[in-house]
Design a protein around this ligand. Structure first.
Ligand SMILES: [Zn+2]
Length: 332
């Protein structure tokens, strides 16, 4: 089987962690941004996190370089387009990209400019390739909260038309959910779907909190529900979909090795798991690589693969019409 030929869905992919290294070099030169080197291989090395980092924070340092050139409307449109193009070329049929709009205001862009640019880039790719997508607006948990509602208000006009959901991302501390209850509530009232990064760094309780306190419909990672009975049962009983990202989980030491990843155990127990990239560049991966790694490591069958694919279809924050199209790739 050629893994590249399989239809794919990626529900968890960060824009700033998935920029082509060549584009960083190109944009930096256009924008007069000083890079530590002009050598493309060295740029690549600076952007890719080591196979195993000290921790999540070391991993997150890889985002500084891309963010430095993602401060203009043209750059955001291009990077968005290229990410959807790269995904389409490996048969990703549906891709949800997330990013923090507040991280792109350093050179004078407004929130409106930022959101319009990424949506425009996505739509350009949708018009050229057999791929559909949506954006998820991420808020960094450690950042000031004063502009969260403004992000949601500006994004509101794109709901159902390029933007679909609200997310909390960044380093994970125990008990973070309680601080965000009013924001998640506001997002839901506005019509946003909600997915929350939780249970990535060993705090199962954060997963049950994200579901009960923030109304999360999906969980980013969520792998540490293992050993936390309340969270595990809640995820399983309510069929809350987990967006797992195996390579990233190994890099950030969320699991000691791929063989220790709970993907297969979850799958066999009927937990709705999905396989995603997290960061194409920082994790040096693609959907093809992730699926190949997981299927090899855990000796999954094609049936297993399409069970995972179906979980992704049903959990996608998109219209019934697009879901119907995505279901059409499942062999009868
Ligand atoms: Zn993530």
């Amino acid at each position: 089987m050629q893994f590249i030929d399989l239809p794919k869905i990626d529900l968890h992919c960060h824009l700033d962690g998935s920029v082509r290294p060549e584009t960083i070099l190109d944009l930096a030169n256009q924008q007069g941004v000083t890079l530590p080197t002009q050598d493309i291989e060295q740029i690549r090395e600076l952007m890719i996190a080591p196979e195993t980092c000290q921790d999540l924070d070391e991993y997150l340092k890889r985002f500084d370089l891309p963010l430095s050139v993602m401060q203009t409307a043209e750059a955001l449109e291009r990077i968005s387009f290229e990410l959807y193009e790269d995904a389409a070329k490996e048969n990703v049929k549906y891709l949800e990209v997330r990013f923090g709009p507040l991280l792109h205001l350093e050179s004078g862009l407004t929130l409106e400019d930022v959101l319009a640019s990424v949506v425009k880039g996505m739509k350009r790719a949708e018009s050229l390739y057999d791929i559909n997508g949506n954006y998820i607006l991420s808020i960094l948990r450690h950042a000031p909260k004063d502009r969260i509602k403004e992000v949601l208000d500006v994004g509101h006009q794109y709901l159902g038309n390029g933007i679909a959901a609200f997310d909390l991302a960044g380093g994970e501390i125990a008990g973070f959910c309680s601080e965000f209850i009013p924001y998640a509530k506001y997002a839901k009232e506005q019509g946003y779907h909600v997915t929350i990064h939780a249970g990535e760094q060993g705090v199962g309780q954060n997963v049950s909190d994200a579901i009960t306190l923030l109304g999360a419909e999906r969980i980013g990672h969520g792998i540490h529900i293992t050993g936390h009975h309340e969270a595990y049962d809640m995820v399983k009983d309510q069929q809350v979909t987990l967006e797992t990202c195996p390579s990233s989980n190994v890099q950030t030491k969320a699991v000691p090795a791929l063989s220790m990843h709970p993907a297969k155990a979850f799958l066999k127990d009927g937990v709705a798991i999905t396989i995603n990239t997290d960061n194409r560049t920082v994790s040096n991966t693609t959907m093809t690589d992730e699926i190949q790694k997981v299927m090899h490591e855990f000796a999954l069958t094609l049936d297993d693969y399409f069970t995972i694919y179906s979980y992704s279809v049903e959990a996608a924050f998109t219209s019934e019409q697009i879901k119907k199209h995505l279901r059409s790739f499942i062999p009868a």
